[in-house]
Write a protein that binds this ligand. Structure first.
Ligand code: SF4
Length: 263
């Protein structure tokens, strides 16, 4: 399998997007934590969460960093934007031996800011046998609807005002989840100590209104040291108990990649 092709290779439709990085790592969040994923991090975000741990994903870099061999962290740079075919080639190049990764995880930033690009990339990946996982802040339902047929798993955040220090958008989250429910979706809530029981109840009711079987992950906000949480264990247990009034599967899962200092 060759190296990723240069960024001026023409795809069939040649939609392009700014990419921060493409790399192999262990998934650290949500129900798929522990699986090896090939991450494609797109640039740009429509939110500004106070706890954001991917600030690089919110700006557009001149060059994308592309790992050449899985686990070696041997990055080469390629000028942005990259076409869907470029990104597909980079993912295939990393997937040695074939099937080494459980999924291709498209992340950000907010990847749905680039729906035309995803509309080319995701079918390309699926044609090549990849399971596609979309990590999203769950606020762009129209964009999700345009690509939903090529998404296998949606890892959807519901943003709580207590944690993000931005207004919540539960109406958008509800519309988004109704579409995401066509996939193997799970919902993540990042919580902090000042998160309220009312926020948890509101989120739990929205998810249950779409489907009570959708798994809900309560994710304690990780402090900057990467090893401790901005919320107590008692609060986490209380938050989970509130959500279990509405939902069949509620789990508390921290960011494993930060605890283990995995990229
Ligand atoms: S949605 Fe994600 S990438 Fe965007 S600001 Fe929030 S945490 Fe950061």
């Amino acid at each position: 399998m060759g190296k990723p092709s240069s960024n001026n290779e023409a795809g069939s439709n040649a939609s392009a997007a700014p990419i921060v990085e493409i790399f192999s790592s262990i998934q650290g969040e949500g129900l798929r934590a522990g699986e090896r994923h090939c991450f494609v991090r797109l640039a740009g975000c429509n939110r500004a969460c106070a706890y954001c741990d991917t600030p690089l994903g919110r700006s557009v870099p001149e060059n994308a960093r592309i790992e050449q061999y899985a686990t070696r962290r041997d990055f080469e740079e390629s000028k942005n934007p990259l076409t869907a075919q470029n990104v597909r080639n980079a993912c295939m190049n990393l997937d040695l031996p074939p099937g080494f990764h459980h999924a291709a995880a498209v992340t950000g930033g907010e990847p749905l800011l680039h729906p035309d690009f995803l509309g080319e990339l995701l079918p390309l990946l699926k044609q090549n046998g990849w399971t596609t996982l979309l990590e999203t802040n769950g606020t762009l339902p129209d964009e999700l609807a345009s690509i939903i047929d090529s998404v296998d798993v949606v890892s959807m955040d519901m943003k709580l005002e207590s944690a993000t220090e931005e207004p919540a958008g539960f109406d958008l989250h509800e519309s988004f989840l109704e579409i995401a429910a066509q996939t193997d979706v799970y919902v993540k809530l990042v919580v902090v100590e000042k998160t309220t029981e009312a926020e948890l109840a509101a989120a739990g009711k929205i998810v249950a209104g779409v489907n009570k079987a959708i798994p809900l992950i309560i994710q304690p906000c990780t402090k900057p040291d990467g090893r401790s949480f901005a919320v107590s264990q008692d609060s986490l247990e209380n938050f989970a108990a509130i959500c279990r009034k509405y939902l069949g599967r509620v789990e508390i899962i921290p960011q494993l990649h930060r605890l283990h200092r995995i990229p």
